[in-house]
Design a protein around this ligand. Sequence first.
Ligand SMILES: [Zn+2]
Length: 401
Amino acid sequence: MPNYFVRKLKLNRTEQLDSLARAAGELYSRTLVSFWRTVRKKRVWLSGYTMERWHTSPSLHAHSSDAITQCFYSSLKSWRVRRKTDPNSKPPKRRRWYFKVTWKSTAIKLKDGKLRLSNGKDNQPLIIEWHWQKPKIVELGWNRASQCYEIRACYATEPVKNSLIKEVKIAATDLGEIHPMVIADGVNTDIFNGRYLRSVRRYQNKLKAQLSKLIDKKKKGSKQRKRLIKSKQKQLAKINNQIKDIEHKLTSRAVSMLKLRGIQTLVIGDVRNIRDGLNYGKKVNQKLHQWNFGSIREKLEYKCAKVGIKTVLISEEYTSQECLNCRQRNKPKNRNYRCSCSFEFHRDGVGANNIRAKYLGEVPVVGLMARPSGIRWQPHIQCNLTDNCLLGNPLDSIDGE
Ligand SMILES: [Zn+2]
């Protein structure tokens, strides 16, 4: 008996997965009913081979259909063995609405980081983002604990680290108003503290208002007014430079952290639709417009490109609301995200982890995730790269407020 190695991957429920599981359930039930009907009427036990010829499903690959018949026969066989010692044991007679789908190696293809599971000539294949070697057998089943589908990919032996099929490390970032960046790589969640950046912006607003008030008091065209306008521009430019400096240091720090961890792709949650056509009221609008995700995004993009990290933009719709564990949508009320399934996490960490999951098309494995760590701003932040970047350093003050 060879050693088996199984790689599991959770998948969100989709119409395609539902219809595959239903087709499998239908075929299983059909096989089961025909088998027992023949036993009852003709007193004959049909062989598995005959059954495979007799019943197939038009929505599944021929070998996937065979696998379902084989499943029925193996449970029949195990009942016959069990029966010898336990007279009360029951044969498989229950029909199934849904059943697991199995793809054998003939139906599995791996190309360009995508696993293509064939469902027969006339049907859409199932395509899954795949960063590992090609498996021998793939199974699609229902994960009852997480209430989602699960892919189980079986390898004959533990997949060898192949230099050609390197595991692609992917991180995602959520650019936010309170925390300028939250980065998640599947295990670590790093929250960049934005308190200092916000205080500088607050000061900029205050100064702008004060100076405008002074200017308004002067007569139009007067020398004093002109002098004040010049001074206003100079003072604001200085603060703008300070803000730029902070953003540069934050993004440099983030990119060197990613590089150190061997991240190859950074997924950036795209918030651009937030600004368009939405009115949140004067105060929130001011905050949103100053929330310089555009400039932080640009800096991240070109700095990543410089060190060879690919960046991808995806929409961040609903990513801050969906529970990482059970996919239920909740509106977080404070800095902590809490779900009825007892899952709890830092609110902004949920967003980044969901963006990553959305890009990968999988449900995150909550059990793998470490507590989020905070990165506080300080003038020498970009050169202060220690082991913390690899291990994650849970600081007490992650929260901005
Ligand atoms: Zn939940």
